[in-house]
Design a protein around this ligand. Structure first.
Ligand code: AMP
Ligand code: MG
Length: 392
């Protein structure tokens, strides 16, 4: 088949068609998994004041060792009423404001406290156990940059730096349409010739992982009118993902109906196994992916192309698939013509290709936690060879 794009060319073609979605303000507590659309700069110094790292006594280092009167007790959130004078100590809690005049905190374990006196037996260093104002970040410095996807650590940092809300790309609205007369909803009895429809639930789970709001459309039979009305609905979304019906059979209607509805096909066919008959097009600002129906093909094509597109729509930095490297736990024979994504498991001995690599074998694929990228070629890759892979 002429005109197949390489995986890399196909990914470029997809990313070239993407314009990031508009942004919106999101309460920080709901921003987990969202992509920040502008740099977040600290709204205050952090810590905002010199803060004690220990429960103990605030002192002047120059007064240690020595026996000092305890003139105040500083709890967290309750600064002392006055500065510390030479020769004095103040009790202080972790997170308490180190009083003016003090330059060290001696931990409670290192003193002998008796009544309103404290005995400091060892010399304290200047700055000991004092967290300086702005030691974590200074007001105005970037806390989290634009294009970052917010995980727990970023959310914590943003909250600490004073953000109640952040500006994020709108979540992409994605319609998922599965096609095929043979498909039955899981949970119902199968009639002769039928199989369970599995791509819908799988794609919904996969796309939601990168922040998509997925609207599953009702599965359609291989019938033009049914395709037309469902695809029309799907095209109202930011992204339409169909499964099945993009090959060359008489019942493969998706591309034809999409063309009638004004979808401009950007490419059809990628030199990859599984997933060759992938179709990609656009109508206005809607991205349209036609995934092959075989479940493993649908999964692999989505990982290679749909997820990067969804990341790019949200303005994520580095939207492309993130390859890592490992050594093969056993030999692999490449496909002579097409690059291949081989379902595999990462183990202590390296990355191990699984048996059962055919594109309908979704249950075998469920054991995989990685996809090895095996470039086309004629030479066997021996055990121990370095390969790149994607985590699933
Ligand atoms: P197609 O791409 O429509 O030619 O379908 C290729 C193979 O995948 C056929 O065996 C279909 O029955 C199967 N298939 C298509 N769509 C689904 C789906 N949503 N769930 C499970 N299998 C599917
Ligand atoms: Mg079909």
């Amino acid at each position: 088949m002429a005109g197949l794009l390489t995986v890399d060319e196909a990914l470029r073609a997809v990313l070239a068609r993407i314009q990031p979605l508009p942004t919106e303000r999101v309460p920080l507590a709901e921003a987990s998994g969202r992509v920040l659309s502008e740099p977040a700069r600290a709204l205050c110094d952090l810590p905002p004041f010199p803060s004690s790292a220990m429960d103990g006594f605030a002192v002047r280092a120059a007064d240690t060792p020595g026996r000092l009167p305890v003139v105040d007790r500083v709890a967290a959130g309750r600064p002392a009423s006055r500065a510390l004078a030479p020769g004095e100590a103040m009790g202080i809690a972790t997170g308490g404001v180190v009083p003016e005049g003090a330059d060290a905190v001696v931990p409670i374990e290192r003193v002998v406290a008796s009544g309103e006196q404290v005995e400091v037996p060892d010399p304290a260093a200047v700055g000991a156990n004092v967290r300086p104002r702005g030691g974590d970040v200074l007001s105005g410095a970037v806390v989290v940059d634009a294009g970052a996807r917010l995980g727990a650590a970023q959310i914590g940092a943003l909250a600490a730096a004073g953000f109640g809300e952040v500006e994020c790309a709108r979540r992409p609205r994605v319609a998922v349409l599965t096609t095929g007369t043979e498909l039955r909803r899981p949970g119902e009895p199968l009639a002769p010739g039928e199989i369970y429809e599995s791509n819908g639930a799988m794609l919904r789970a996969l796309l939601a992982e990168v922040g998509a709001i997925v609207e599953p459309l009702e599965t359609v039979e291989d019938d033009e009118a049914a395709h037309r009305s469902a695809i029309e609905r799907g095209l109202e979304h930011d992204v339409l993902v169909t499964s099945g019906g993009v090959s060359v059979g008489p019942h493969d209607l998706v591309r034809r109906v999409e063309a009638e509805l004004g979808v401009e096909e950007v490419f059809w066919g990628v030199s990859v196994r599984p997933g060759k008959p992938l179709a990609f097009g656009v109508r206005d600002r809607t991205l349209v992916f036609g995934l092959p129906g075989n479940p493993v093909s649908s999964l692999v094509s989505s990982v290679l192309f749909v997820l990067p597109a969804l990341r790019a729509l949200q303005g994520e930095r580095d939207p492309e698939p993130r390859y890592e490297h490992a050594a093969l736990a056993r030999a692999v024979r490449p496909d002579p013509r097409r690059d291949e994504l081989v379902r595999a498991r990462l183990t202590a001995d390296g990355i191990e290709p699984l048996s059962g690599q055919e594109s309908h074998m979704i249950v075998r694929a469920a054991e995989a936690n990685a996809l090895i990228y095996v470039p086309s070629g004629s030479e066997e890759l021996p055990a121990g060879a370095a390969v790149r892979y994607l985590r699933l």
